[in-house]
Write a new protein. Structure first.
Length: 157
Protein backbone atom coordinates (compact mmCIF):
# COMPACT_ATOMS: atom_id res chain seq x y z
CA UNK A 1 0.00 0.00 0.00
CA UNK A 2 1.35 3.44 -0.86
CA UNK A 3 1.05 6.73 0.93
CA UNK A 4 -1.43 9.43 -0.10
CA UNK A 5 0.28 12.83 -0.03
CA UNK A 6 -1.79 16.03 0.03
CA UNK A 7 -0.42 19.57 -0.26
CA UNK A 8 -1.76 22.82 1.06
CA UNK A 9 -1.04 26.15 2.68
CA UNK A 10 -2.19 28.43 5.45
CA UNK A 11 -2.04 31.99 6.65
CA UNK A 12 -0.58 33.38 9.84
CA UNK A 13 -2.52 36.62 9.75
CA UNK A 14 -1.45 39.32 12.21
CA UNK A 15 -3.38 42.49 12.99
CA UNK A 16 -2.68 44.79 15.94
CA UNK A 17 -0.68 42.11 17.75
CA UNK A 18 -3.42 39.51 17.39
CA UNK A 19 -3.68 36.40 15.22
CA UNK A 20 -6.56 35.44 12.97
CA UNK A 21 -7.65 31.95 14.00
CA UNK A 22 -10.58 29.67 13.35
CA UNK A 23 -12.23 27.20 15.70
CA UNK A 24 -12.60 24.01 13.64
CA UNK A 25 -14.66 20.97 14.66
CA UNK A 26 -13.05 17.67 13.76
CA UNK A 27 -13.92 14.03 14.49
CA UNK A 28 -11.38 14.04 17.31
CA UNK A 29 -12.23 17.44 18.88
CA UNK A 30 -12.61 21.18 18.31
CA UNK A 31 -9.48 23.31 18.11
CA UNK A 32 -8.28 26.81 17.32
CA UNK A 33 -6.19 26.74 14.14
CA UNK A 34 -4.65 28.97 11.50
CA UNK A 35 -6.88 29.22 8.42
CA UNK A 36 -5.50 26.74 5.92
CA UNK A 37 -6.44 24.13 3.37
CA UNK A 38 -5.52 22.11 0.33
CA UNK A 39 -4.43 23.66 -2.93
CA UNK A 40 -6.53 23.71 -6.07
CA UNK A 41 -4.88 22.61 -9.32
CA UNK A 42 -2.77 25.36 -10.83
CA UNK A 43 -2.52 27.46 -7.66
CA UNK A 44 0.70 28.52 -5.99
CA UNK A 45 1.00 28.04 -2.23
CA UNK A 46 0.57 31.81 -1.85
CA UNK A 47 -2.65 31.75 -3.88
CA UNK A 48 -3.90 28.82 -1.81
CA UNK A 49 -3.16 30.77 1.37
CA UNK A 50 -5.11 33.84 0.23
CA UNK A 51 -8.05 31.76 -0.99
CA UNK A 52 -8.28 29.61 2.13
CA UNK A 53 -8.06 32.60 4.50
CA UNK A 54 -10.82 34.34 2.53
CA UNK A 55 -13.03 31.23 2.37
CA UNK A 56 -12.66 30.30 6.03
CA UNK A 57 -12.79 33.79 7.58
CA UNK A 58 -14.05 36.30 5.00
CA UNK A 59 -10.77 38.23 5.35
CA UNK A 60 -8.94 39.26 2.18
CA UNK A 61 -5.17 39.22 2.75
CA UNK A 62 -1.87 40.11 1.18
CA UNK A 63 0.42 37.10 1.49
CA UNK A 64 3.97 37.79 2.61
CA UNK A 65 6.99 35.73 3.53
CA UNK A 66 7.09 32.00 4.17
CA UNK A 67 7.10 31.34 7.93
CA UNK A 68 7.55 27.58 7.88
CA UNK A 69 6.86 24.29 6.20
CA UNK A 70 5.28 21.27 7.82
CA UNK A 71 5.02 17.59 7.02
CA UNK A 72 2.79 15.37 9.09
CA UNK A 73 2.38 11.66 8.58
CA UNK A 74 -0.33 9.35 9.87
CA UNK A 75 0.67 5.73 9.38
CA UNK A 76 -2.82 4.59 10.46
CA UNK A 77 -4.22 5.44 7.01
CA UNK A 78 -0.93 6.06 5.15
CA UNK A 79 -1.63 9.79 4.82
CA UNK A 80 0.96 12.54 4.55
CA UNK A 81 0.36 16.30 4.34
CA UNK A 82 2.94 18.77 3.05
CA UNK A 83 2.00 22.31 4.09
CA UNK A 84 3.43 25.83 3.81
CA UNK A 85 2.46 28.62 6.23
CA UNK A 86 2.85 32.26 5.20
CA UNK A 87 2.68 35.53 7.07
CA UNK A 88 -0.28 37.55 5.79
CA UNK A 89 -1.78 41.00 6.36
CA UNK A 90 -5.48 41.90 6.15
CA UNK A 91 -6.30 44.30 3.32
CA UNK A 92 -9.05 46.05 5.31
CA UNK A 93 -10.85 46.04 8.69
CA UNK A 94 -13.45 43.41 7.80
CA UNK A 95 -14.71 41.44 10.80
CA UNK A 96 -13.94 37.71 10.52
CA UNK A 97 -16.87 35.44 9.65
CA UNK A 98 -16.57 31.67 10.10
CA UNK A 99 -17.22 29.32 7.19
CA UNK A 100 -19.85 27.28 9.03
CA UNK A 101 -20.36 24.89 6.08
CA UNK A 102 -16.83 23.58 6.79
CA UNK A 103 -17.50 22.96 10.52
CA UNK A 104 -15.83 26.21 11.55
CA UNK A 105 -17.59 27.53 14.66
CA UNK A 106 -15.67 30.79 15.05
CA UNK A 107 -13.23 33.08 13.29
CA UNK A 108 -11.59 35.86 15.27
CA UNK A 109 -8.48 37.91 15.89
CA UNK A 110 -7.19 36.60 19.21
CA UNK A 111 -4.28 37.20 21.55
CA UNK A 112 -2.33 33.93 21.31
CA UNK A 113 -1.54 33.86 25.02
CA UNK A 114 -5.26 33.87 25.80
CA UNK A 115 -6.29 31.04 23.47
CA UNK A 116 -6.67 27.54 24.82
CA UNK A 117 -7.25 24.35 22.86
CA UNK A 118 -4.96 25.24 19.94
CA UNK A 119 -4.53 22.31 17.60
CA UNK A 120 -1.17 20.65 18.45
CA UNK A 121 0.10 21.03 14.87
CA UNK A 122 -0.54 24.77 15.03
CA UNK A 123 0.59 25.17 18.63
CA UNK A 124 4.10 24.02 17.68
CA UNK A 125 4.24 26.63 14.90
CA UNK A 126 3.06 29.32 17.30
CA UNK A 127 5.63 28.29 19.93
CA UNK A 128 8.49 28.41 17.43
CA UNK A 129 7.44 31.65 15.74
CA UNK A 130 5.44 34.05 17.93
CA UNK A 131 8.05 35.44 20.31
CA UNK A 132 11.10 35.37 18.01
CA UNK A 133 9.35 35.92 14.66
CA UNK A 134 12.02 33.57 13.32
CA UNK A 135 11.06 32.17 9.92
CA UNK A 136 12.32 29.44 7.65
CA UNK A 137 11.88 26.52 10.02
CA UNK A 138 10.40 23.09 9.35
CA UNK A 139 8.04 21.00 11.48
CA UNK A 140 7.82 17.23 11.04
CA UNK A 141 5.08 15.45 12.99
CA UNK A 142 4.03 11.85 13.40
CA UNK A 143 0.30 11.53 14.07
CA UNK A 144 -1.05 8.51 15.92
CA UNK A 145 -4.75 7.59 15.98
CA UNK A 146 -5.60 6.33 19.45
CA UNK A 147 -8.12 3.58 20.19
CA UNK A 148 -10.62 6.15 21.52
CA UNK A 149 -10.52 8.10 18.21
CA UNK A 150 -8.36 10.95 19.46
CA UNK A 151 -5.00 11.71 17.92
CA UNK A 152 -1.60 12.22 19.52
CA UNK A 153 1.39 13.98 18.04
CA UNK A 154 5.14 13.57 18.26
CA UNK A 155 7.48 16.07 16.71
CA UNK A 156 10.84 15.23 15.24
CA UNK A 157 13.72 17.60 16.01
Amino acid sequence: MSWTTLTGAGGIVVQNGQLLMIRQRRQYGAFWEFPSGYYDAGESFEQTTAREVLEETGIDVEVGELVCTMVWEREHDMRRNVLAYFLATPLDDTEPQPQVEEDIDAAAFVAPEEVTEIHPLHAVILERWWESRRTGFHVFADVTVNTNGTQSYSFRP
